[in-house]
Structures are given as structure tokens and as C-alpha cells.
Design a protein around this ligand. Structure first.
Ligand code: ZN
Length: 263
């Protein structure tokens, strides 16, 4: 199959693979049950820009979504805004964005750039998973230059394990997460290979509005044009999947096994 025939056929192929391979139920199908999705991000911008459309899509279908932020991303402050004040601006923006999407926003209090990967942080995320009981968890991919993103990835993988471990006693009973996905993030791009394309057309405009609560979205706090990058990315991913706008996810390796009796 050459590139042109791949592009012509890929919409159907991807839609089928989404149905078969993803437990973020409801992609490209209107009769599957909506699910509870938990997005876990090192910084609120990561949560909204790379995972927010997925939360919005599930919520629009009748599911529920929660965004857990390990920090408020206060050290992304521009020179003219004190770090602590910028952190509060980030928290407020996140609450407004989550409210617009119908999601819940919760926060842990780790300092930006110093999110630790240890038993305490892992158990804190484990407890949040046991509290909200998500069907699917989305977080950072490990191939990141940013230490907070790398640590968030490690924390979440262990927290999902702890959350489902019946013999680990916490204040709430064990909860097993069905699927773990990694989000597409310009800072986590090393060896990121998407395998799930999600149609976000129904929530595209609302997601952009939610992202717009953050000054960084329009490049007001740094050099990177988040709005241009993520809106263009959704168009590019849409082209490849046969949707108008799409976001991609990478499944955890444990979910990639297929059990077949024949091809
Ligand atoms: Zn970040």
C-alpha cells in the first residue's frame, strides 16, 4: 500500500482500531457507554492543552472527567508577575476551564519544577484514583525533556498499580483502572507513537475556549505558540484519521497485546 492509498483508507482503519483497541469508550461509536476519565498532568497547561479535549469529548457523551494537577505550574511566570501570583492565576484559569468543559479540577501542592517521584507522591495519586474510580487514565508520555513530566509519568504508572492492589490498605478500597494512555505533548515527543485517534469535532470550539483562559495559550508568557501548535496538530491528526479534528493517544504497552485464534 502506498502513501496515497493509505491516506484514502486510513479513516476507516483508524476508526476500527479505535473501537477495538481503546477503552475511552465511545470514539467513533454512538452506542458504547461513556466512561469516567482521569487526566493527570504535571502542570495545568499540559492537562488542558493535551488532555482537555478528551475529557470534553467524554463529558459531552454523558461521561465524567477529572483533571488532577500535580502542581499549578507557577514557575512559568513571566518576569512582570510574581511566581506565587502566577500560580493563583493558573489555578483560577484551570477551575474556569474545567467548569466550561464540565470537568472537575483538583490539585496536589507540589512545587513546579520540583515534583518528586517517591512513595508519598505515588500514594497521593493512588488515593485520588481510588476516590474517583476512573475507567481510563491519561497522563504524560515518558519521552520528555521536562523532569516534572518524566516524574508524573512514573508516579502515575506506579499509582495505577497501587490503586488496584487489593492488599495495599488505604482509606478507600482498591480500584483497577482498565486502560492507561499517554497524551501527545510537544514537550514529550521522544518516541511518542500514537495508536488511538479520537474525534473531537463536537467539542473542538469549547476546548479552544477552555485553553484560552491561560495567558500562555496565546504566547503571552513565553515564546511557544501553544494555540497555533495544538489547533494545527488537531487538524493534522484529523487528516490522518478521517476526522475534521482529532487528538491522539499512545496506549500503554500492556494494552497492545491482541489475543487471536486466527488472522
Ligand atoms: Zn508541563
Amino acid at each position: 500500500m502506498d502513501r496515497r492509498s493509505f491516506a484514502q483508507s486510513v479513516g476507516g482503519v483508524v476508526a476500527l482500531s479505535v473501537l477495538v483497541r481503546s477503552s475511552v469508550r465511545g470514539e467513533a461509536s454512538s452506542d458504547s457507554a461513556p466512561s469516567m476519565v482521569m487526566a493527570i498532568a504535571a502542570h495545568p497547561g499540559d492537562g488542558l492543552f493535551t488532555m482537555g479535549a478528551i475529557l470534553a469529548q467524554q463529558i459531552a457523551r454523558g461521561g465524567t472527567g477529572v483533571l488532577l494537577n500535580l502542581s499549578v505550574g507557577e514557575r512559568g511566570a513571566p518576569k512582570d508577575i510574581p511566581v506565587q501570583h502566577y500560580g493563583e492565576m493558573q489555578r483560577t484559569a484551570t477551575q474556569k476551564a474545567a467548569q466550561l468543559l464540565g470537568a472537575e479540577a483538583i490539585f496536589l501542592a507540589y512545587p513546579d519544577a520540583e515534583i518528586p517521584f517517591n512513595e508519598e507522591s505515588t500514594l497521593a495519586v493512588c488515593d485520588a484514583i481510588r476516590q474517583y474510580k476512573p475507567d481510563a487514565v491519561i497522563t504524560h508520555w515518558s519521552g520528555s525533556w521536562h523532569k516534572d513530566h518524566q516524574n508524573c509519568h512514573l508516579i502515575v504508572r506506579d499509582a495505577v498499580f497501587y490503586a488496584g492492589l487489593e492488599t495495599l490498605e488505604r482509606s478507600r478500597p482498591a480500584h483497577s483502572v482498565s486502560k492507561v494512555f499517554y497524551a501527545e505533548n510537544w514537550e514529550d515527543a521522544d518516541n511518542f507513537v500514537p495508536d488511538t485517534y479520537l474525534d473531537i469535532e463536537a467539542v473542538y470550539e469549547k476546548w479552544l475556549q477552555a485553553c484560552d483562559f491561560y495567558p500562555m495559550w496565546r504566547g503571552q508568557t513565553g515564546f511557544f505558540r501553544y494555540n497555533d501548535y495544538y489547533s494545527a496538530l488537531s487538524i493534522m491528526r484529523g487528516c490522518l484519521s478521517g476526522f475534521k479534528h482529532a487528538v491522539t493517544l499512545m496506549s500503554d504497552t500492556s494494552q497492545r497485546m491482541s489475543r487471536l485464534r486466527s488472522l
